[in-house]
Structure formats: structure tokens, C-alpha cells
Design a binder for this molecule. Structure first.
Ligand SMILES: Nc1ncnc2c1ncn2[C@@H]1O[C@H](COP(=O)(O)OP(=O)(O)O)[C@@H](O)[C@H]1O
Ligand SMILES: [Mg+2]
Length: 508
């Protein structure tokens, strides 16, 4: 107080005022103001911003946003993010000196947002004081660890034959409307009891499909542990382009704090299309299938951000499930081959299987998981050991015997068993199975206990299984869910329990 008064004494006050006058910037001061020269299809060509950097966020005087995508000597190509119809030639804009950032952190949980992190669910503003650039470097090799822990997708055919690991990137690929989104959404629903935070990014999807996905998560999953990022088909191409990057930054927040996250990118074919659209509009030279040459690099860089971090980096993980759409099952088109070579495996869906009623329509011949197999829960690995081979042999045998002839009894048994494998690998949507239920199902199947059950009755058996296990083997269920493995004698006890349940009651 006294010090203050002394400072503000007549001499002190004068000195302070003189210092402020000396420091004041009274000279001319330069500001770069951009002007829209032309605008079409969500891209504005802008002059007057020679110092703008690539990816810099640009703000229009009327409040809209865009980012600098193409730098030419006298013009900047600005990809518009909102208010596309409200921007006209002659409008003024400024560089912001910053790249695009989105809000991150727990405030986003349970919310549906656009790729700029603005709420779309009418549930009030996002109260987050943390923001992260949408383009972030992927973890370096020494910051990574091996993928060793499983992610339960809850879909039996995936968990038994193509197990997914935390930090893995697994592509879901197939024609339109044959259950790609459903497998991804069911994986999110399956995390209702796990410690994995889920981010679902919808890119270029129809409003109705996005709504269906959100409703499924709200009804069957735990929405309060999920974030949904939406750039639907009607959104400007710029919004669709940034959506996966924004979603990744939101998911990385959890990864970088030693937690576990899963991101679904639905889908990268639409993302590639928005990339192509922007490139053609900004006159970059087109390459194969008219995609610009850097589309491979864009997707590779994007998916490298999924990782399992080393203990020194907190041990968190980010698992990615990118989705790609094929045309008439053509896996060798440009974008599908790119994505297959970037990811650690693919789940291939087959339109013929889907229309025959085999849902999920996973083609076991062409699907593969290149790292997840080692992570599979031990109990499941023990019971599912010969499943893949049995099923493959069955499919081959079935093809042979289709040409007629009377199969001998051994072959008939094999066909009979295979038909039950196929029936169990089919699964209704939005009903992911617990690990313990999967273990019991495959145990019953491979012990031959189901060979006498009509295929039509298998669904009933599966539906009643959870309750049966909880009632009569609660300790084994708890152990499998907690450790992923059997204790001594568990396997035999489980088999006896299932055998007793499945043996037809002796009639009169
Ligand atoms: N396992 C399943 N059981 C029953 N219906 C399914 C199953 N998987 C998908 N469907 C249905 O098939 C349709 C297409 O699925 P969707 O996941 O939207 O396909 P995509 O993402 O490949 O376009 C949806 O109506 C969905 O409800
Ligand atoms: Mg879909």
C-alpha cells in the first residue's frame, strides 16, 4: 500500500506516464487483409495474404472460417468450413497465425459435435478450456510399445478368428449396406463394460445412417463414454476432410493420459472423395482414378496416430477402425489397396454372404488380423484353437459335396459340425457378446455339444447362455472377464455344465 502510494507520488506518476508514452506504438502499422477473388463449391481463391502459411486458419470479417490449403505466388486457396453460401467475392478475411484447433478433454464425452467441436446435439456449449491442433505428429517408434492387450469387439467371428489388439489399425471393408458400420458400432457398444473411450467419426454419411448409429450407441452402449463427430454428406468438403483429424485429436487426449481409446472412421472412401474434390477444385494435378497423388500419404499419416504407447509415455493406446467402401467387391481399386497396405489387417465383408443371411457377412478367407492374434484372451485362444481350420475345411467340403454324391459318415459329421460353426458365427446386430459368453459358446461348439442341436435352436441357446453362466458359474465368468483366462479345472467344469444343459431331458 505504502509502496504503491510512493510509486504514485508526483515524480513516480510522471515517470510512469513518460514510460508509457515512450512504449506506445504511434507509427503506421501494417495489417494484411485478404479479399475473396472468386468462390465456388466450398473453395475461395483469396488475394492479399502473402504471409499465410499452409493449414493456417483464416477468419472472414463476417465470422466464417476456412483454412489455407493451396499457396500460389499471388493467391491462396481457402477451403471453407462453414457459411459457404454466405461468402461472396469481395469479402474480407484475415490470417489468424494459428492452425485449426478443436476442443479436447472430458467435456466432450457424451456429446455429438461437428469437426470444429461445436455442439450438434442441442445440449449446451462444450465447456473445455483445452484445445488441440487437428494435425499432430504420430508417436515416434521409441515412444511405442507392442500391441499386447485385446479389444473385445463382441462380434464372435472377429474376436475368435481376427482378434483386435489395443493400438491396432484394422480396416473394415466391403460394399455398401452390408454391415460395415454395424460391426464398428457393435464394437463401441461392446465397450460398455470396458475402460476404452470411443470416438465415432461420421464422414460423408447420410443423416439417417448417422442418426441410426447414434441411437444404437445411446440405446445399447454407454454414450457418456463416447464422442461422436459428424460431417455428414451435405457438409462442405472441407468439413468432411478435417473430420477424421479432429476426431483423432479428441481421442489422443485419452491416449496421452495413459488411458485407452478407440476411434471409428466411417468412412475413408468418402474422406478420399472429399480430398479429391478439394484437389480438383484447387487445380492440383490428378493421378490415378483422379485422386491427387498424396492421398496415400494423407491416410498413412492419419492412421499412424493410432498407437500403443510405451510405459515411459504412460502406456495409453488408441485403436483405429477405419472403414472403406468397395464397389462390387473390388478390393484392388486405388483407395482400398492403399488402406489395406496401411493398416494392420482387414475385416472383409461379402455382399453374397450378407444376402444369403450370413450376418455379420465376414469373409473368413480374405480377412486377416496381422497383430491382434497374439493379444487374444487366453481362454478364447484355448477353446478356439482349431475353429479356423475346421471352418475352412467345412467351406471347402461343402463346395465339393454340392456336386452330388453320397458323403460318407465322417464327412457328413464334418458338414454337420461346420454348419453349426457357421450358424454361431452369424449374430444379431447390437448384441455384442461378453468374453465369457464367447468362451462358453466356442467351448460347447468345439466339444461337439451342439452337433445334436438343430441349427434353428442355436439362437435360443445363445440367448439363454448369459443367464445360465451367471447363475451356475458366476465365479468362472468373473475370472474370465477379469483375467481373460481359465483357472485349473474351469474348462472342465464349464464343459460339464454346458453338456448337462444341452442333453435332452430323458422323456418317458
Ligand atoms: N448382424 C446383423 N444382423 C442383422 N442386420 C444387420 C446386421 N448387420 C447389419 N445389418 C443391417 O444391414 C443394414 C446395413 O448395415 P450397415 O452397417 O448400415 O451397412 P454399411 O455400413 O456397410 O453400409 C442395416 O439395416 C443393418 O441394420
Ligand atoms: Mg455405413
Amino acid at each position: 500500500m505504502t509502496a504503491d502510494r510512493e510509486h504514485k507520488g508526483p515524480d513516480g506518476w510522471l515517470a510512469g506516464a513518460q514510460a508509457r508514452v515512450a512504449a506506445a506504438d504511434l507509427g503506421p502499422h501494417a495489417e494484411q487483409i485478404g479479399r475473396v477473388e472468386s468462390i465456388a463449391d466450398g473453395i475461395a481463391m483469396v488475394s492479399g495474404l502473402p504471409d499465410v502459411r499452409l493449414d493456417e486458419l483464416l477468419r472472414f470479417d463476417k465470422g466464417q472460417f476456412g483454412y489455407a490449403q493451396v499457396l500460389e505466388p499471388d493467391r491462396v486457396g481457402c477451403v471453407l468450413l462453414d457459411g459457404v453460401d454466405t461468402i461472396e467475392a469481395g469479402d474480407r478475411l484475415h490470417g489468424t497465425g494459428d492452425v485449426l484447433r478443436v476442443p479436447v478433454g472430458p467435456a466432450l464425452l457424451g456429446r455429438v459435435v461437428d469437426p470444429l467441436g461445436r455442439p450438434l446435439d442441442g445440449a449446451g456449449p462444450i465447456e473445455s478450456d483445452e484445445h488441440s491442433p487437428i494435425e499432430r505428429p504420430a508417436p515416434a517408434i521409441i515412444e511405442r510399445d507392442l500391441v499386447t492387450q485385446p479389444v473385445q469387439t463382441g462380434t464372435l467371428v472377429v474376436d475368435t478368428l481376427f482378434a483386435l489388439g489395443r493400438g491396432q489399425r484394422e480396416l473394415i471393408i466391403g460394399d455398401r449396406a452390408i454391415g460395415k458400420t454395424t460391426i464398428a458400432i457393435d464394437t463401441i457398444i461392446s465397450q460398455r463394460g470396458s475402460d476404452i473411450t470411443c470416438v465415432y467419426v461420421a464422414i460423408g454419411q447420410k443423416t439417417a445412417s448417422v442418426r441410426r448409429a447414434i441411437n444404437a450407441i445411446r440405446t445399447f452402449g454407454r454414450m457418456e463414454r463416447c464422442i461422436v463427430v459428424v460431417a455428414e454428406a451435405a457438409a462442405p468438403p472441407g468439413m468432411q476432410w478435417i473430420a477424421p483429424f479432429a476426431g483423432l485429436s479428441m481421442a489422443e487426449w485419452f491416449r496421452d493420459r495413459g488411458q485407452h481409446a478407440l476411434i471409428v472412421l466411417d468412412d475413408l472412401s468418402k474422406h478420399a472423395a472429399s480430398h479429391r474434390e478439394i484437389a480438383l477444385l484447387t487445380r492440383q494435378s490428378p493421378g490415378r482414378e483422379a485422386y491427387p497423388g498424396d492421398v496415400f500419404y494423407v491416410h498413412a499419416r492419419m492412421l499412424e496416430r493410432a498407437a500403443k504407447l510405451s510405459p515411459a509415455k504412460g502406456g495409453g493406446s488408441l485403436t483405429a477402425l477405419p472403414i472403406a467402401e468397395t464397389d462390387a467387391g473390388n478390393l484392388s481399386a486405388y483407395i482400398p489397396t492403399n488402406l489395406i497396405s496401411i493398416t494392420d489387417g482387414q475385416i472383409v465383408l461379402d455382399a453374397r454372404l450378407f444376402h444369403e443371411g450370413q450376418k455379420p457377412a465376414v469373409d473368413v478367407g480374405t480377412s486377416v488380423s496381422r497383430v491382434g492374434g497374439k493379444t487374444q484372451a487366453h481362454a478364447l485362444r484355448k477353446v478356439a484353437e482349431s475353429l479356423r481350420l475346421d471352418y475352412a475345411q467345412f467351406l471347402e467340403l461343402e463346395m465339393f459335396t454340392r456336386f452330388g454324391g453320397m458323403p460318407d459318415p465322417r464327412v457328413r459329421d464334418q458338414l454337420n459340425h461346420g454348419a453349426r460353426i457357421r450358424a454361431l458365427l452369424a449374430q444379431p446386430q447390437h448384441a455384442p457378446l461378453r468374453l465369457a459368453d464367447q468362451v462358453a459358446l466356442v467351448l460347447a461348439l468345439q466339444a461337439g455339444l451342439l452337433d445334436g442341436v438343430a441349427t434353428g435352436d442355436l439362437d435360443g441357446f445363445r440367448r439363454g447362455l448369459s443367464a445360465l453362466l451367471d447363475a451356475q458359474a458366476g465365479d468362472i465368468v468373473a475370472r474370465i472377464e477379469a483375467t481373460g483366462d481359465f483357472a485349473d479345472g474351469d474348462r472342465e467344469r464349464l464343459r460339464d455344465l454346458l453338456a448337462a444343459h444341452l442333453t435332452p431331458k430323458a422323456g418317458p
